[in-house]
Design a protein around this ligand. Structure first.
Ligand code: GUN
Length: 284
């Protein structure tokens, strides 16, 4: 059905373009783009994300390395390694997989990454640039959501009401900012918001990123809304599902992203794109 937006297809096209670009560098005998991922501890979700990143890099011919540390590593050791990568001219992107163990100050670690290699877009310098609308690395999931909206012609969002559910640093806060940068009228809702449903009812664009299986129902949705579902949850039936009750809302929406094959694949594609962007700047 046309109203289902498969991020997996948009991501495949992005990756194909990047692959061709990298083949071009290879043919010229140039250094190739390189992403380094740091993984601390043995969180199952993180391991699986990192595997996905490795596979994606290999598929497009991008150099990649994963540095694995035991959960007991000290903050100092971790930051020392990041400093080394900051100065390594063969490294274009540095990504520290989150979450980090609780004895490590996550912000201190993220702030130690060279902003020019911060392909996750999590460094406060890059977040600041995003807020004032300067060109910079954008966080991957929000950047992917913007590409999804552009794919359906939602480019200038003047006059549109957008409602974001969830206020995480990784998705909720940055996507609200990017929607605002595109002239949408943006409202943020979260676990402490009263009557979320009444706010979502006014939304032309809904971005759900709370991590609550099938929270958003038909009654919440305005007729012909565009629904972007960032959630990855297990439903009561044990199957993967989003934050939106897909089957319930499908007849009412103009467009919707499915889970899986919706936003998820865009995140990795944008990470690869950011790494190639970093490479281009470095090689220029
Ligand atoms: N953990 C969950 N999502 C992300 C992400 O986009 N980047 C990093 N570094 N860690 C994550």
């Amino acid at each position: 059905m046309d109203k289902i937006i498969y991020g997996s297809e948009i991501a495949a096209k992005c990756k194909e373009d990047l692959k061709v670009e990298i083949e071009g560098y290879k043919a010229k005998g140039m250094r190739l783009p390189q992403l380094v991922v740091i993984l601390v501890g043995d969180d199952v979700g993180s391991q699986s994300y990192v595997k996905g990143k490795e596979k994606a890099c290999e598929a497009i011919g991008m150099q990649n390395a994963t540095i694995r540390y035991d959960a007991s590593i000290s903050e100092e050791k971790l930051i020392e390694k990041i400093q080394e990568l900051n100065y390594d001219d063969n490294v274009d992107g540095i990504l520290v997989q989150l979450p980090l163990p609780s004895h490590i100050d996550t912000n201190r670690v993220l702030f130690s990454i060279n902003p020019d290699k911060d392909v996750d877009g999590f460094h406060p310098y890059n977040i600041g640039k995003m807020i004032i609308g300067e060109d910079t690395f954008l966080p991957c999931t929000p950047k992917g959501i913007i590409k999804i909206l552009e794919s359906i012609g939602y480019d200038d969002l003047s006059g549109k009401n957008a409602v974001v559910i969830g206020r995480s640093n990784i998705v909720g806060k940055p996507i609200a900012q990017l929607l605002l940068n595109k002239n949408a009228t943006v409202q943020m809702t979260h676990s402490r918001t009263k009557n979320i449903e009444d706010i979502v009812k006014h939304a032309d664009i809904v971005v759900a990123a709370v991590g609550r299986a099938k929270l958003v129902k038909k009654e919440w949705i305005k007729e012909d809304a565009v629904v972007i579902d960032v959630g990855v949850n297990r439903g009561e039936d044990g199957k993967l599902c989003g934050d939106v009750d897909f089957d319930d809302v499908i007849d009412k929406v103009k467009y919707i992203t499915p889970v899986p094959k919706g936003v998820g694949p865009m995140t990795i594609a944008m990470l690869l794109e950011n790494t190639v962007e970093s490479y281009r700047k470095r090689e220029d």
